[in-house]
Design a protein around this ligand. Structure first.
Ligand SMILES: Nc1ncnc2c1ncn2[C@@H]1O[C@H](COP(=O)(O)OP(=O)(O)OP(=O)(O)O)[C@@H](O)[C@H]1O
Length: 472
């Protein structure tokens, strides 16, 4: 979705927000959102204000973060602001860094010879345990994140990792709960309230305020198995059109220059393009970030489940081990080709049923005589850890290990043990303002966003309670 030219300004004109938050500099910008550092006026808490330009993406993020509220390895949503005809703004805990910066720094230190050979085994275990805990929380709640990558794993100064960016997440529902058309119409009018109260002191609640059901391990697996078997999903958030994402494949619809320009690190969700194939419960395959996208999506599947996150998890695991992306494809076809060179050709032997994938017949590669294997991508690593990565990086989604299965693996319990979180190294910010003392003030935005506002020059004057903007 194109950004509105004035979007990055609108947050500063929202009285309900500036009454509660002092907004500083923009700290990030993604495909669907701008993120600002801010201070909660009531108690001085530093927060991130995420202004989301896309309705569907906002709904997804709010729904998922409401369900996941209180999960230690998922970013905390304090509250959100939602008004008709305005961008949604969600208030998140502020985390300064992310795993991609941590990996980049480790790689830089390794190159300079100043920081050893990358992460220690104990560090890798601790990072992975945190990631797995976050993914397990999502999957227990039947939330498929659909865009797991190091850049979406935020990291606090003291080493706590939290999954973030749920703009592409889906909540999978059991078949019995799939809405009828009438129910969907009714739901279309359901919108979050304008402002939801701060969550900080509340107990863990679901998005509708109900107590969050705690699933037993058996119940969790039972639900996952049931979903795997039936593969029925309900999109709770397609309120605009009341249609599922459709069955158009990524290769059919997304192999355009845009896909080739992103160098594999940007996120895509093509839901808003109306990929309406009319199939009940289908999802788009055009999600996620190419380097972390599993084969089923690359081959155009629209019937997938939690397992897509497990493939991405495997890619992140491998990247922690080698400090290099596992499959850095430069196009979708190159992406599939890289996977094939490592895992061998995709056929019924390795994944029964793969011939039914929408794009299976339209993509073929020469026979790969001797695939590299995951071990070939991770030289100098133990057989144990490679076996673990292989449990995630395998063609057949049904064979991928769940997050909780991995967490229970002996690898994480044996020597060398995971280091304490406080011993994880988080690189200092490369640049940027002093967080507490010299925040960028309103006038900075005129310069920062001069290319993105549609207003022309404006006069911003601080006042005792906030600021005023004059449009000459
Ligand atoms: N809670 C937070 N604390 C600090 N910075 C954040 C926070 N959330 C997001 N950011 C920053 O803002 C950037 C964009 O946020 P995010 O990835 O959530 O937006 P998006 O538009 O959904 O992104 P994408 O293009 O990956 O889908 C992040 O890369 C990060 O730098």
């Amino acid at each position: 979705m194109d950004k509105q030219p004035a979007s990055s300004w609108s947050i500063h004109t929202r009285p309900e927000i500036i009454a509660k938050y002092e907004i500083f500099e923009r700290v990030g910008s993604g495909a669907y959102a701008d993120v600002y550092r801010a201070r909660r006026i009531s108690d001085g808490l530093t927060v991130a204000l995420k202004e989301i330009f896309d309705y569907q993406s906002a709904f997804r993020e709010i729904d998922a973060l409401s369900l996941l509220h209180g999960s230690p390895n998922v970013v905390l949503m304090h509250e959100y602001f939602w008004r008709e005809d305005e961008n949604a703004v969600i208030v998140l805990e502020f985390l300064r860094s992310d795993l991609s910066a941590v990996i980049r720094d480790a790689k830089r230190r390794k190159k300079k010879g100043s920081g050893g050979e990358g992460f220690s085994v104990g560090e890798i275990k601790r990072w992975m345990i945190q990631i797995l805990n976050g993914v397990d929380a999502c999957h227990r709640n039947l939330i498929v994140h659909r865009d797991l990558k190091p850049g979406n794993m935020l990291v606090s100064d003291d080493g706590v990792l939290k999954l973030a960016d749920f703009g592409q997440a889906r909540i999978l529902m059991e078949p019995d709960n799939v809405a009828t058309d009438e129910e969907r119409e009714g739901e279309a009018s359901r919108e979050p309230p304008e402002v939801i109260p701060d969550y900080v002191n509340s107990s863990q609640k679901g998005s509708e305020g109900q107590e969050q059901e705690v699933l037993s391990r058996d119940e969790y697996f039972r639900q996952v198995e049931e979903l795997k078997a039936k593969q029925v999903v309900r999109d709770d958030t397609d309120k605009d059109s009341n249609v599922p994402d459709g069955d158009a494949s990524c290769l059919a619809t997304c192999t355009v220059s845009e896909m080739d320009d992103d160098f594999g690190t940007n996120s895509f969700a093509y839901d808003e393009e109306g990929l309406d194939g009319g199939g009940e419960g289908l999802m788009t395959s055009c999600v996620g970030t190419r380097w972390f996208r599993p084969p089923e999506l690359l081959y155009g599947s629209t019937m997938y489940g939690l397992e897509i996150d497990l493939w991405s998890l495997g890619c992140v695991f491998a990247e922690l081990l080698s400090l290099e992306p596992l499959f850095p494809g430069v196009s979708d076809i190159d992406q599939i080709s890289r996977v094939t060179n490592v895992l061998g050709n995709l056929n019924e032997e390795v994944w029964p049923g793969c011939v039914d994938l929408p794009d299976y017949k339209s993509i073929s590669f020469a026979e790969v005589e001797s695939p590299l294997g995951v071990e070939g991508c991770l030289p100098n690593h133990s057989g144990d850890v490679i076996a673990l990565v292989k449990k995630l990086i395998c063609y057949d989604p049904a064979r991928r290990a769940t997050a909780v299965e991995l967490l229970n693996d002996k690898y994480f319990k044996e020597e060398p043990l995971p280091v304490p979180v406080s011993e994880l190294y988080v690189p200092p910010a490369m640049s940027g303002p002093d967080e507490e003392d010299s925040p960028r003030k309103w006038n900075d935005y005129r310069e920062m966003d001069s290319d993105s506002d549609g207003f022309g020059p404006v006069n911003v004057k601080p006042t005792s309670s906030g600021f005023t903007i004059e449009f000459p």
